[in-house]
Design a protein around this ligand. Structure first.
Ligand code: GDP
Ligand code: IMO
Ligand code: MG
Length: 436
């Protein structure tokens, strides 16, 4: 692990919603810059600080602290959503110190339309997307006719590119929906205005960030989604269209891998999933209802109830390997209160044999049976009592919780850097004082 660079990456190790926003905000207290490197407004990152609840889709989670925030080239940007977030922060009296990569790709209304129509057509292979146009925008990026922020902020460059793309997408959409119609001029005029508004933020962020790192600035890289949603290493096709893990940081920012100082894996004390794709530890009983309610497991972006299940250390071990995790942070431990026994999956069994590694293919995963270890749970406390325990520190935590944490540490063979026992910034216990 390199100590030379003051950079730390926050990566979700599961199916998203691990509490990346909360942890990024916490680490941002010591940072100069917070950078998003992947995804778009499919993400929903929640921060509770000083009595305010922020729900960000695009703006990096350093914004409440008025840190410099950077949206890297690996992101896809819906300009309307971004401008809305800037406006909302300004209304709260927050200065937004944003730099937006001029090579990030732009989401257009036809991408959003295609997202919904393609999902319908895919049937049982649909991922249950957020329908924000994420997949179609990354498709155009890979197809090399996508429109970037640089184009958006130069209307004379935008117009001919958009004209061509618009014509082709319109024909494509009509295959799915013959009645679909949209007027080019109105889209162009709307996006021209977005471009004018976003022009002051458009920057060569790779150059900016490399210089910032070389001059000793402290930087947090904030992942969106989670390792198991990765387009390359996740549960394809039931994931997203980017690399949400540490592998996406360099491509999504222009920062070479050797300048990434530390990689932190965020895990929940249980598993949650929004969207399609079976997972072996999923629960369908009263315990699922209890976890969902206690963890407020409803999607930040779409409001969908999240599916929940027991902690799966087998897929997390895979996440540790793929991300090269240095430290783990465990969130939502409080949300399991009052449930006993707790089960933790330590491996998968397939046709009577124990698997050596997480099988990746959904057709295999669906047939796997989880191997469980049971733990005593901890009793129910009020929010105030959890906050009080956070103030008192690790030793004050219930003994059963410490046993649960120790088992996670042993199974993953990774130290625990922090634990989170409530949604507020201060409901956090730091175990590794040198974390960042
Ligand atoms: P992200 O997408 O990884 O940033 O996570 P989300 O914000 O979508 O979902 C995590 C949810 O859990 C949010 O509502 C957070 O406010 C909340 N949260 C984070 N950490 C904790 C915790 O330790 N305890 C509780 N009760 N809630 C938490
Ligand atoms: P954060 O950053 C949880 C899921 C969707 C769907 C699949 C593809 O808050 O952790 P997409 O719209 O990306 O094409 O949808 O990925 N998904 C998320 N699930 N948290 C997220 O983000 C997600 N972003 C996408 O539900 O299954
Ligand atoms: Mg989320």
């Amino acid at each position: 692990m390199s100590k030379k660079f003051n950079t730390i990456a926050v990566c979700g190790l599961s199916w998203g919603d691990e509490g990346k926003g909360k942890i990024t905000d916490y680490l941002a207290q010591k940072a100069d810059i917070v950078v998003r490197y992947n995804g778009g407004n499919n993400a929903g990152h929640t921060i509770n600080a000083n009595g305010i609840k922020y729900k960000f889709k695009l703006i990096p989670s350093g914004a409440p602290l008025e840190k410099e925030v950077v949206i890297g080239n690996g992101c896809v940007v819906d300009p309307m959503v971004l401008l809305d977030e800037i406006d909302n922060l300004n209304k709260l009296g927050k200065k937004v110190n944003l730099k937006l990569s001029s090579t990030a790709h732009v989401i257009f209304p036809f991408h959003i339309a295609l997202d919904g129509l393609e999902e319908k057509t895919k049937g049982k292979y649909s991922a249950g997307t957020t329908k924000r146009g994420i997949g179609p925008t990354y498709s155009d990026k890979a197809g090399r006719w996508g429109i970037r922020v640089f184009d958006l902020v130069h209307p004379e460059i935008l117009k001919p590119k958009l004209e061509k793309l618009f014509r082709i997408k319109k024909e494509l959409i009509k295959i799915y929906d013959p009645d679909w119609d949209m007027n080019f001029e109105s889209v162009f005029e709307e996006y021209k205005v977005f471009g004018e508004k976003l022009k002051p933020y458009a920057t060569d962020t790779a150059f900016y960030l490399n210089n910032a790192i070389d001059s000793g600035k402290k930087i947090v890289f904030e992942g969106a989604q989670g390792n198991l949603l990765c387009i390359d290493h996740g549960m394809y096709p039931y994931g997203t269209s980017s690399n949400p893990n540490a592998l996406g940081i360099s491509a999504g920012t222009g920062i070479p891998p050797k300048k990434i100082g530390k990689i932190v894996g965020i895990i929940k004390a249980y598993t949650s999933r929004v969207g399609e794709g079976k997972f072996p530890t999923e629960l369908f009983n009263d315990i699922a209802v209890q976890i969902r309610e206690q963890g407020h497991e409803y999607g930040t972006v779409t409001g969908r109830p999240r599916r929940v299940g027991w902690l799966d250390l087998f897929n997390l071990k895979y996440g540790v390997m793929i991300n090269g995790i240095d430290t783990i942070i465990i969130t939502l431990l409080d949300a399991l209160h009052g449930i006993t026994p707790l089960k933790v999956c330590t491996g998968y069994e397939l046709n009577g044999s124990k698997l050596e590694s997480w099988p990746i293919q959904h057709e295999i995963i669906e047939k796997c049976k989880p191997i469980y270890r049971e733990f005593d749970g901890w009793k129910k406390l009020t929010d105030e009592e959890w906050s009080e325990l956070a103030k008192q520190g690790y030793n004050s935590l219930p003994e059963t919780m410490k046993i649960y944490l120790q088992a996670i540490k042993e199974q993953l063979q990774i130290d625990i850097g922090m634990v989170s026992i409530g949604p507020n910034r201060n409901d956090t216990i730091v175990l590794d004082k040198n974390l960042f």
